[in-house]
Design a protein around this ligand. Structure first.
Ligand SMILES: [Zn+2]
Length: 409
């Protein structure tokens, strides 16, 4: 029987849920941070945490992540019990597949990477990902019944319905509903997100954007995408495709873009455009990785092409700064290895073109999670989208919702 809304027991239950959900998002944290995050008073948080500790739902943790034992001074940090639940992340890349498993104190228990053939389709990707999920579950000894859900990232537009739009990077996935396919396969809740969105979620949870209220993650690779996190939440827009900064039109008479428009940022500054430019100029076929390697070695032409790309990207980023006034722009994706060769011209263009206050407010930095950003973001997606690990009073019981698919999309 449900308690009446607004009654004292119902309020206690909803506050308890908030605290559990916040712990799921924060990992190892302090009571003070929990109070700030939930908006509850410190004394309310302390009372709820004490109850959860008595039930074994919450345990003391030291900053290194181990469960704290003895040692005199009362430990200040807490987390959800590590055995209580798990989140699985899957990252589908152009030529790789990666799967990771984390517990609810954000400790990564297993991670597997596999190289994939060019242009693998959704069927092949999902079959191999399901194998890797079995592998990480076996390797960690995690109970599959305690998995809260699976987050998946894909380099292409993901509509709110869960259907994948046309993607130049994985063309064989257009029109598919990967979360539904994976959920049928694993009998678990599955959420799907765009790779740039997941990079944003990961950098804001564990990387260069933690403690920042407005963050934009730029994924600069074969294509150009952005993920926007505002006040700790992913901003996905009406249909789920917010952040397509690569299709900002810079010149209305420029080249036709793969999206059908003209003069998009991607036609100037994507990895594909840069590799194409240098291949034509140098008369030999170069990949983006070739260009990046040569730039790192000091090749002036490759450095110039990346600097120009940084400037073009800065034009679109300046508009973005004017519109949403972010506190931090985090640059990730394979082009990030170019470092300041790319970032300095990007920063300069933002300084010149954004209104002074927006330009002053924003800090443009490299991501901290590197090529694992999207994979970790897929784990973070589960922590954000899945309901609290325990909704009832007994920690051992979790209601199965295995048929729900794509709840976050
Ligand atoms: Zn375009």
């Amino acid at each position: 029987m449900e308690d009446e809304p607004g009654s004292a027991p119902s309020l206690r239950a909803s506050n308890r849920k908030r605290v559990i959900q916040a712990l799921q998002l924060l990992g190892i944290t302090s009571r003070a941070h929990l109070a700030r995050h939930t908006g509850l008073s410190r004394s309310t948080v302390s009372t709820i945490v004490a109850g959860l500790q008595a039930e074994g739902v919450v345990v003391d943790r030291d900053p290194d992540g181990r469960s704290a034992t003895g040692g005199g001074r009362p430990p200040a940090l807490i987390a959800l019990d590590p055995g209580a639940g798990f989140a699985i992340g899957i990252d589908f890349g152009k030529r790789h597949l990666a799967v990771a498993l984390s517990d609810l104190s954000h400790e990564l228990l297993a991670e597997e990477w596999r190289e994939m053939a060019d242009d693998y389709d959704a069927g092949a990707g999902i079959a191999q990902a399901a194998e890797l999920v079995e592998l990480v579950l076996d390797a960690s000894g995690a109970d599959p019944g305690r998995v809260l859900g699976v987050g998946m990232g894909l380099p292409g537009p993901v509509h709110r319905t869960g259907v994948v739009g046309s993607s130049a990077i994985l063309p064989g996935w257009a029109g598919t509903h990967p979360a539904e396919l994976m959920s049928e396969r694993l009998a678990m809740d599955v959420w799907l997100g765009n790779d740039a969105n997941l990079g944003a979620l990961a950098e804001s949870t564990w990387g260069a954007g933690s403690e920042v209220c407005g963050l934009v993650y730029l994924k600069l690779a074969t294509g150009i995408g952005a993920g926007v996190v505002l006040s700790g939440r992913l901003f996905e827009g009406a249909g789920g495709t917010a952040g397509e900064i690569g299709h900002t039109s810079l010149h209305e008479t420029g080249d036709i873009c793969r999206c059908g428009s003209r003069g998009c940022l991607e036609t100037y500054a994507s990895g594909t455009a840069i590799a194409g430019l240098l291949s034509r100029s140098l008369g030999e076929p170069l990949t983006l990785d070739d260009v990046l390697a040569r730039a790192v070695e000091g090749d002036p032409g490759c450095r110039r092409a990346l600097a120009d790309a940084g400037r073009h990207i800065g034009v679109a980023v300046a508009d973005l700064c004017n519109l949403i006034n972010p506190e931090r722009i985090v640059v990730g994706g394979s082009m990030a290895v170019a470092g300041d060769v790319l970032l300095d011209p990007l920063r300069e263009a933002v300084g010149l073109r954004a209104i002074p206050s927006a330009a002053e407010d924003v800090e443009i930095v490299l991501g901290e999670l590197g090529e694992r950003a999207e994979l970790l973001g897929a784990v973070a997606l589960v922590l954000h989208e899945a309901g609290p690990a325990w909704s009832g009073p007994a920690p051992a019981v979790r209601q199965s919702e295995a048929t729900k698919v794509g709840g976050g999309q």
